[in-house]
Design a protein around this ligand. Structure first.
Ligand SMILES: Nc1ncnc2c1ncn2[C@@H]1O[C@H](COP(=O)(O)OP(=O)(O)OP(=O)(O)O)[C@@H](O)[C@H]1O
Ligand SMILES: O=P(O)(O)OC[C@H]1O[C@H](OP(=O)(O)OP(=O)(O)O)[C@H](O)[C@@H]1O
Ligand SMILES: [Mg+2]
Length: 301
């Protein structure tokens, strides 16, 4: 089903239909207060709480949909954004840019050679065949390095190309490195660090859609900050405060409250990011007790 024609004042965001980024992207938008109604084919989600509609597609199509103006923004891996932007740029289209970095979907685009081979640097790739799904990014890197090599474009199962004799080495996405190891390959250099991003045009949106985008992005920033936030609570006797306070993690200023009838204080502070067990153990060794780390459900300064 083609999405119903929408008035231009509704924002439209492209998301990956399934795969690694689809669910976290929808969770992020839901955390920003967005609710939606699904079309029967589940490819178009009509925003109910805000004038923001979602189009569910293959991730490779997201940059093109933004360039064509079918969608205003998209949630996509930087690897896909850069690869497609380079191709679209070569056709004379305006560049797409990252409106936000989301901090998940992290992976890197690496050059990998046989695990027994020696690596002396990019120059050794001259004249070799490199299998990849990212010919634009690889081509740009080879030009930067001044290396002339042959690119073999494959859409999947890139790592088995050397064993099949299709290529001498690969350039592919790596997260844990397990896929490379399973194929007797080892990463030797990273040519792009990737994470999920909100991609959009390099200029403001029109017809009131920029205001909707600003509202939504403000909420998403808040939701992302909240997700990272923890409340750290602990107690410490006054005589050990000088040892405990310098060990507190970075974050907001701690609040110290005297505990009635005891020579001790209750300390609480908002922390950005996780508080490790090692940090709690350090605080305890310094004399703190009753340590607790709590998730934060809502926040208004
Ligand atoms: N092993 C990985 N670990 C973490 N992130 C990854 C990994 N592999 C890919 N990614 C990121 O997740 C994005 C989506 O990966 P996925 O495998 O779902 O894509 P796909 O198979 O191309 O999906 P689609 O059907 O939408 O084309 C990648 O473009 C990349 O940014
Ligand atoms: O370093 P690792 O943790 O092993 O991850 C890397 C693999 O993950 C992705 O493939 P995916 O599992 O999505 O399968 P695909 O071949 O269908 O893309 C990517 O294309 C690599 O093959
Ligand atoms: Mg894809």
């Amino acid at each position: 089903m083609t999405p119903p024609a929408q008035p231009r004042e509704r924002l439209r965001i492209a998301l990956q239909k399934s795969g690694r980024l689809g669910d976290p992207a929808r969770e992020l938008l839901a955390a920003g207060g967005l609710t939606w109604r699904e079309s029967r084919d589940r490819l178009f989600l009509y925003g109910e709480s805000l004038p923001v509609d979602l189009l569910l597609v293959r991730d490779d199509d997201i940059p093109g949909l933004i360039t064509d103006g079918v969608c205003d923004l998209g949630i996509v891996g930087r690897n896909v954004l850069v690869e497609n932007s380079l191709a679209l740029g070569a056709q004379g289209h305006r560049p797409l840019v990252e409106w936000r970095q989301l901090g998940w979907g992290r992976c890197s685009l690496d050059v990998a050679i046989g695990e027994d081979e020696e690596w002396t640097g990019p120059q050794q790739l001259a004249g070799l065949r490199i299998a990849t799904s990212y010919p634009q990014i690889l081509g740009r890197w080879l030009r930067q390095e001044g290396v002339e090599a042959q690119t073999v474009v494959l859409n999947g199962s890139v790592e088995i190309a050397p064993r099949l004799g299709q290529a001498d080495l690969v350039c592919d996405l790596v997260s844990t490195g397990g896929t490379l190891r399973a194929n007797q390959l080892r990463p030797v250099t990273t040519i792009l660090d990737s994470e999920a991003v909100i991609a959009g045009p390099d200029q403001r949106l029109e017809d009131g859609r920029q205001e909707i985008a600003d509202l939504l992005l403000g909420r998403l920033d808040g939701a992302m900050q909240l997700k990272e936030s923890r409340l750290l609570m602990l107690r410490a006797a006054r005589p050990v405060l000088d040892q405990v306070l310098p060990l507190l993690p970075g974050g907001h200023e701690p609040t110290l409250t005297g505990v009635e009838g005891r020579d001790e204080v209750a300390i609480q502070m908002l922390v950005h990011g996780p508080v490790s067990w090692a940090k709690l153990e350090d605080l305890k060794r310094a004399g703190a007790h009753n340590l607790m780390v709590l998730p934060v459900e809502g926040m208004l300064a």
